[in-house]
Design a protein around this ligand. Structure first.
Ligand code: GUN
Ligand code: FE
Length: 449
């Protein structure tokens, strides 16, 4: 056996290998499995399981000894905006619609310029490589060349992602508005054809239909995207019930639909009546989704991307995550850069717990707050399930067969004063979330450098 005491030893080339350490992962929304000083086996880019004693059949594999370090699944960001990375932390005194006009749209107009886009997207991708997320769902802009450039940068990074060329043909500045529904659909189809023609080049980076939200897409565009979704069985990402002024506007734009989620459904952009058979949909926010909408999401297998930091920054509110989980809505966490400021899904986990406590206290309701186990589940296996349903391999778990997305975290400087359990070390790591404690990050068994 070849052993190495560094977190990346033996596993540099992306082949089969073993990591020894204090291993921890979610086995269900409320269940955290912890295995001290155990062995996590990677075979063919997937987990072959976790063992307290290494089975003989794996004896010959390279071994990275990470004794005393935490080994957890990579984190999943179910919702972010790549072109908003460079101005995060600005305009935070505004609410959604005003902030889109003052900050998001003017910045996104600049991505018409490919050189600017490449520079800004490089900063975004370099930043992501150093953080704890291994998979991300990304909004780009309406611009096809810049979106393809972003996809190439993400592919080179080794991270796994789904990237959307954004659709918008109304209620935005002239410089960002696509000329017509037909032009937007045409650009989308051409972009999808380019992605399909270069499938080998984009092994880890897949396209996803991305109507920005109902306000920025005409009925004709939404209908066309729904038809495209059906025809090509494509996954979809968008925004839902984030802000009260936004919701009131959607009600006016879609008077015949029975709510915001139902409007997406009426355009065939809201999951499927047979969710096991169709590519999935993820909706960011769902802050103001009522029981009816939550039940519709559960019925149609629509994922919720809970983005607590963004919802606080833009005064949007606190999403009813407990109700969504109880109703069986599949859910994960999103950074929603630049509504959110911090890209780390560790931060989204602690924010999700915190806002669930504020919600309970402020509304004076008897609603269980989120536990560490639940927040960790949402940020790993919960979001990871979306990639599985989209045919990209599920992650966020070390169950045999899961894609091998893993982090080795050296938390020795944190746990110096007492002999903490793995659970407590994980809790500290989630709340403190220092990127420099990440010693190694693997995606599909490949070390990210
Ligand atoms: N709704 C439509 N576009 C956006 C966006 O860029 N950010 C957020 N937070 N919400 C949106
Ligand atoms: Fe968003």
């Amino acid at each position: 056996m070849h052993t190495d005491t560094t977190a990346e030893g033996g596993a540099k080339g992306g082949g089969d290998f073993v990591i020894q350490g204090d291993i921890c992962w979610s086995t269900g929304p409320r269940a955290l499995k912890t295995m001290p000083d155990s062995f996590l086996v990677c075979k063919g880019g997937k987990s072959a399981g976790v063992f307290d004693r290494l089975p003989r059949q794996y004896d010959a594999l390279p071994l990275s000894r990470c004794c005393g370090k935490l080994v957890i699944p990579g984190l999943v960001d179910l919702h972010t905006h790549a072109p908003q990375f460079v101005y995060r932390g600005l305009g935070m005194d505004r609410e959604l619609l005003e902030w889109l006009s003052s900050h998001a749209f003017p910045e996104e107009e600049k991505y018409h310029d490919l050189a600017y886009a490449c520079k800004a997207y490089s900063l975004f991708v370099e930043h992501l490589k150093r953080g704890p997320n291994t998979r991300i769902m990304v909004f780009a802009t309406v611009h096809v060349p810049a979106t393809l450039a972003l996809m190439s940068l993400l592919e080179e990074s080794g991270l796994v992602s789904m990237v959307g060329k954004v659709n918008m043909d109304r209620n935005c500045p002239d410089g960002l508005r696509e000329e017509s529904a037909a032009a937007s659909l045409d650009a989308t189809e051409k972009w999808l054809e380019t992605c399909a023609a270069h499938k080998d080049k984009y092994a880890n980076t897949r396209p996803i239909l991305t109507p920005r939200f109902i306000i920025s897409c005409s009925d004709e565009l939404l209908r066309g995207l729904g038809a495209l979704r059906r025809e090509l069985n494509l996954p979809v990402q968008s925004h839902l019930c984030e802000n009260r002024a936004e919701i009131a506007w959607v009600r006016k734009l879609c008077p015949a639909s029975d709510g915001y989620g139902a409007a997406y459904r009426d355009f065939d952009l809201f999951g499927s009546a047979l969710p096991q058979e169709a590519a999935p949909t993820v909706m960011a926010h769902c802050v103001w989704s009522d029981e009816k909408e939550i039940n519709l999401m559960a019925e149609r297998g629509v994922f919720a991307a809970h983005c607590p930091q963004s919802n606080a920054n833009l005064s949007s509110g606190i999403a009813p995550v407990r109700r969504m989980l109880s109703a069986g809505v599949p859910a994960g966490l999103g950074s929603d850069i630049a509504g959110g400021t911090n890209s780390s899904i560790f931060r989204a986990m602690s924010d999700a717990i915190q806002v669930s406590k504020l919600r309970r206290t402020l509304l004076n309701i008897d609603e269980e707050t989120l536990s560490l186990e639940e927040a960790f589940y949402l940020g790993t296996a919960g979001g990871g399930a979306f990639f599985g349903k989209a045919g990209m391999g599920y992650c966020g778990s070390f169950e045999p067969g899961a894609d091998f997305d893993a982090l080795v975290i050296n938390d020795s400087a944190l746990a110096t004063l007492s002999n903490l359990s793995i659970h407590d070390r994980l809790e500290q790591t989630v709340y403190i979330c220092d990127n420099h404690r990440i010693e190694a990050k693997y995606v599909r068994g490949r070390l990210i450098k």
